[in-house]
Design a protein around this ligand. Structure first.
Ligand SMILES: [Mg+2]
Length: 248
């Protein structure tokens, strides 16, 4: 599929962040946001009439902090948070807080595995083991066991890149993208979604409803139309789009 820069008024671009726009860092707080990337995204947003959004597992407040002073429309927490308008408010109440007992059970498990980082987002809990990859197998085993023992189908266990995350199954990036596409300037445009992880597959499944296009980074994930080798390739592609160069 060839993207003609003159077609920018009928496209929307939706971008996962970690592993897609940014290289994955040893800990989630250590990611590097190149200054040139922020500038590229600002130019691209203008070319797209504002139809550029970040779609991440991170809270939106964290995305704002990393990309400051740029603020974009965003989906955060895998769909638990949404801000359809860049300067608007973050819509809350999309997701209930995680069951406190289950949350404590997971924190207790993490405490048994030194070096595992616990990220409590309220509506979900992420356990990062990138710093202690050798703990990965045992941690995954213990968390899976606890998850199965809890036996509540309203929860979902996500296995990402050196991270486990437990969230309510009721929201995901796919349902959130479907919601976002009802807001101007996204409405009526064809979304190009770029992502690198299991959680992005939910969005890949939704973009065809809007005559969109799914692209993965690194691995070729199910449901894609195209793929990039690395976040660096994605950044160069965005630069060319922002410059108004036709790109395949
Ligand atoms: Mg990612």
């Amino acid at each position: 599929m060839l993207f003609d820069p003159h077609d920018m008024n009928r496209l929307a671009i939706l971008l996962d962040v970690d592993g897609t726009l940014l290289d994955i860092a040893p800990t989630p707080r250590e990611v590097v946001v190149p200054h040139s990337l922020t500038q590229t995204l600002a130019r691209l947003r203008d070319r797209l009439g504002g139809a550029l959004a970040l779609v991440s597992g991170r809270p939106i407040a964290e995305l704002d902090e990393f990309f400051a002073p740029l603020r974009l429309p965003a989906i955060g927490g895998h769909g638990a948070e949404m801000r359809p308008v860049a300067d608007g408010v973050t819509l809350s109440g999309r997701a209930a807080p995680l069951d406190p007992l289950f949350r404590q059970r997971l924190k207790d498990i993490a405490a048994l595995h030194p070096g595992v980082l616990v990220e409590d987002k309220g509506y979900s809990l992420a356990l990062h083991y990138r710093l202690v990859p050798k703990q990965g197998l045992a941690l995954v085993h213990d968390v899976k066991h606890a998850y199965e023992a809890w036996a509540d189908p309203s929860f979902e266990l996500l296995t990402g890149k050196a991270v486990l995350e437990i969230k309510y199954a009721a929201f995901n990036k796919g349902s959130a993208v479907r919601d976002l596409m009802t807001y101007p300037p996204f409405t009526g445009r064809a979304p190009i979604f770029v992502g690198d992880d299991r959680t992005d597959e939910d969005a890949f499944a939704v973009v065809p409803e809007f005559s969109g296009h799914a692209m993965s980074v690194g691995r070729k994930l199910p449901g894609i139309d195209d793929h990039f080798k690395s976040p660096d390739d994605v950044r160069r592609w965005l630069e060319r789009l922002a410059d108004g160069v036709s790109v395949a």
